[in-house]
Design a protein around this ligand. Structure first.
Ligand code: HEM
Length: 519
C-alpha cells in the first residue's frame, strides 16, 4: 500500500493496542497490526507480548532478529496498517541503490572515488543492470534456491530480451545489431568492464546454486561454437541460445578426469560422415536441462570437441550437490550417439586447443562472481557488527573486541586487493586479442582465481565466527553467510582446482623467464 493511503497514527494511538488479540507495534516509523499474526509468528507469540514490545517501538528488537526483507514479503507487508505522523522511515532498503556501507561496493561505485577504468557508459550500465537484477532476477533466485527448481523461463526470456545472455560471453561479433539492456549503452561501447558489471551484478543475488543455474553452462558451452563452429552450425544454434529458447552446456569433465582434462575417456569414432560418441560426463552445470552439449572427446587423431544435440542415446541425471538443484548439475551419458562430422568444433584432433582457449574467460568470470559474493559477505558482516554493537558479548559490544575487528580487517583487505588485480586483468583483456590473452595473462587469471577462492574460504570461516549460530541456518539473519560458507568451495574447483591453477600460474612464469636473467 502506498504510504499516502496509510493511516497517520500517533505513538499514543499505538500504545493502546498492547495485549493479546489487539497488538500493534512500530518498526521504523511504520505501524504493524500483529493481533492475528502473533499466533503464527515464527519466533513465537510470547516475544511479541512483552511490555517493551507490545504497543511500543520495536525497531531495534526487530532489526536485531530479522533481515529487513522479511517486511517486504507480501504476507508480512500487508500487516502494515499505518505510519507514525510526522516521522520518516530511516532504514534504507538493501540492494536497490548502491550500498553506502564501506567496502560494500568496489570503489568506483562509491561517492567521491574515481577510477581510470570506468567511464560514464559503465555507470549508466551498472545502474540499469542493478535495477534489472533487483526487480527481475533476485525474486526468482530466492524462490528457486528454496524450491530447487531451475530458473523460470519468464526470467530467461527477459535475460534474452535484454541481451544479457549474449553480453555474458563478452564483447564480440555475437553482439552486432543487438540492443543492450534496453539501449542504455551502444553496442560498440561494450567492453570487458561492462561484462564484468553483468557478472558482478548477477552475483549480488547471493544465491550460489541459482547463479550457476542462471545459464552459466552457456557462458562456457557456447564460446567454442562461436569461435570454432561452422557458420551453418552457428546460424542453427546461436540465435536460439542467446534468446533463451534453447540451452547449452560444456561437457568436458568426467569421473575419470576433472581438472586434468587430458584424462577424459569419452570416445568418438567416425562412421562415414558421422561421429559416433560414447562415454560419460560429470558435474555438468545446466546439463540436466540442456538441449546441446559441447563435448570433449578422444578420437583417433587426438582430442576433438563436438557439438551434440540432445537426442536418443543422450541421457542426463541430476547430481545431488551441496548447493541447490536449481543449477541443473548433471551426470551425462552418451550411448552410441550419432552427430554429423560437420558438428566438429575446431579441427579434428585439435580439441585441446579449443578446450584450453575457453578456460581463461571461464576462470575470469568465475573469479569475478566469486569476488562479488565475497564482498557481499563483507557488507553483511559490517551490517551485522553494527547491529551487535547494541548487544554485549562477555560484557562488551562485539565490535569493541579486537579479535572481531581483526577478522574484518583481513576480509576487507583481501576483497580490495583482489578487486585491484581483477580490474588490472580486465583492462589487459580489453587491450589484447584472445590469442594474446592466452599467451600473456592466462597465468595471472589462474593465480588470481586460485587466490580469490582460497581467500573466499577464509572469509567464509571468519564471517561464520562473527555471525555465530545464525551462520548455520538457511533462513533468517545469517542466510547469506550460510549459503556462502556452504558453496564457496565450489568456485575453488570449477574451471580448474586451486592446486592446478597455482601450478599453472607459476609454470607459465618459469617458462617466460628471460634467459639472460641472473641473481
Ligand atoms: C512486523 C512484525 C514481524 C514479522 C513480520 C516477523 C516475522 C518473523 C519471521 C518471518 C521470522 C522467522 C525468521 C526470519 O525469516 O527472519 C521471525 C523470527 C523471530 N522473530 Fe519476528 N517478526 C516480527 C516482529 C518481531 C518482533 C517485534 C520481535 C521482538 C522480540 C520478534 C522476534 C522474533 C524472534 C525472537 C524470532 C526468532 C529469531 C531466530 O530464530 O533467530 N519478531 N519473525
Amino acid at each position: 500500500m502506498s504510504s499516502t493511503l496509510l493511516k497517520k497514527l500517533t505513538r499514543e494511538d499505538v500504545e493502546q493496542h498492547n495485549k493479546e488479540g489487539d497488538l500493534w507495534v512500530i518498526v521504523d516509523a511504520k505501524v504493524y497490526d500483529l493481533s492475528r499474526f502473533a499466533k503464527m509468528h515464527p519466533g513465537g507469540a510470547s516475544v511479541l507480548h512483552v511490555k517493551s514490545i507490545a504497543g511500543k517501538d520495536a525497531t531495534q528488537a526487530f532489526y536485531g532478529l530479522h533481515r529487513q526483507e522479511v517486511l517486504y514479503r507480501p504476507q508480512y507487508a500487508k500487516l502494515q496498517i499505518g505510519v507514525i505522523a510526522g516521522e520518516e522511515s530511516i532504514i534504507r532498503p538493501l540492494g536497490h541503490d548502491n550500498s553506502q556501507v564501506p567496502y560494500a561496493e568496489p570503489t568506483w561505485l562509491s561517492p567521491g572515488f574515481s577510477s581510470p577504468f570506468y567511464k560514464d557508459s559503465h555507470k549508466r550500465f551498472q545502474k540499469a543492470m542493478r535495477k534489472f537484477v533487483v526487480e527481475v532476477v533476485y525474486p526468482d533466485a530466492i524462490e528457486c534456491e528454496e524450491t530447487g527448481k531451475r530458473i523460470s523461463q519468464e526470467v530467461v526470456e527477459k535475460l534474452g530480451e535484454m541481451n544479457i545472455i549474449a553480453m555474458r560471453l563478452g564483447p564480440g561479433p555475437h553482439l552486432k545489431g543487438r540492443t543492450l539492456l534496453g539501449g542504455v549503452i551502444k553496442t560498440e561501447e561494450f567492453d570487458h568492464f561492462h561484462e564484468l558489471i553483468v557478472h558482478s551484478e548477477l552475483a549480488r543475488c547471493g544465491t550460489r546454486g541459482y547463479v550457476d543455474g542462471l545459464l552459466a553452462g552457456g557462458v562456457i558451452g557456447l564460446p567454442p561454437v562461436l569461435n570454432f563452429g561452422s557458420p551453418e552450425i552457428q546460424a542453427k544454434i546461436v540465435p536460439d541460445v542467446l534468446a533463451g529458447k534453447k540451452f547449452i552446456s560444456l561437457a568436458i569433465s568426467e569421473a575419470f578426469a576433472g581438472s586434468d582434462v587430458s584424462g577424459m575417456q569419452t570416445e568418438a569414432y567416425k562412421d562415414g560422415d558421422e561421429w559416433v560418441i560414447s562415454g560419460t560426463k560429470k558435474w555438468i552445470t545446466n546439463g540436466h536441462f540442456s538441449d546441446y552439449f559441447t563435448v570433449g572427446c578422444r578420437s583417433e587423431s587426438g582430442y576433438t570437441v563436438i557439438l551434440v544435440p540432445r537426442q536418443d542415446g543422450v541421457s542426463t541425471k541430476p547430481i545431488k550437490t551441496a548447493y541447490s538443484p536449481t543449477a541443473g548439475t548433471a551426470y551425462v551419458t552418451f550411448d552410441n550417439v550419432r552427430v554429423p562430422v560437420a558438428y566438429t568444433l575446431g579441427k579434428e584432433g585439435k580439441g585441446m586447443g579449443v578446450i584450453l582457449s575457453n578456460f581463461n574467460h571461464e576462470r575470469w568470470f568465475i573469479l569475478a562472481m566469486g569476488l562479488t559474493a565475497q564482498r557481499l559477505v563483507v557488507e553483511e558482516s559490517l551490517l551485522f557488527l553494527s547491529w551487535v554493537q547494541q548487544r554485549k558479548a562477555f560484557g562488551k559490544p562485539l565490535s569493541s573486541q579486537p579479535v572481531v575487528r581483526a577478522k574484518l580487517a583481513s576480509m576487507i583487505a583481501r576483497v580490495e586487493a583482489c578487486q585491484g588485480w581483477l580490474e588490472n586483468i580486465t583492462h589487459q583483456m580489453n587491450n589484447m586479442s584472445y590469442a594474446e590473452q592466452s599467451e600473456k595473462i592466462a597465468g595471472s587469471i589462474a593465480l588470481l582465481k586460485a587466490y580469490v577462492t582460497r581467500t573466499g574460504r577464509a572469509t567464509a570461516e571468519e564471517s561464520t565466527q562473527i555471525f555465530g549460530g545464525r551462520a548455520i541456518t538457511k533462513t533468517g539473519m545469517g542466510r547469506l553467510i550460510e549459503n556462502y560458507h556452504r558453496t564457496s568451495p565450489y568456485d575453488s574447483i570449477l574451471g580448474g582446482s586451486e592446486d592446478v591453477l597455482n601450478d599453472l600460474g607459476v609454470r607459465q612464469a618459469i617458462k617466460k623467464m628471460p634467459r639472460d636473467a641472473r641473481l
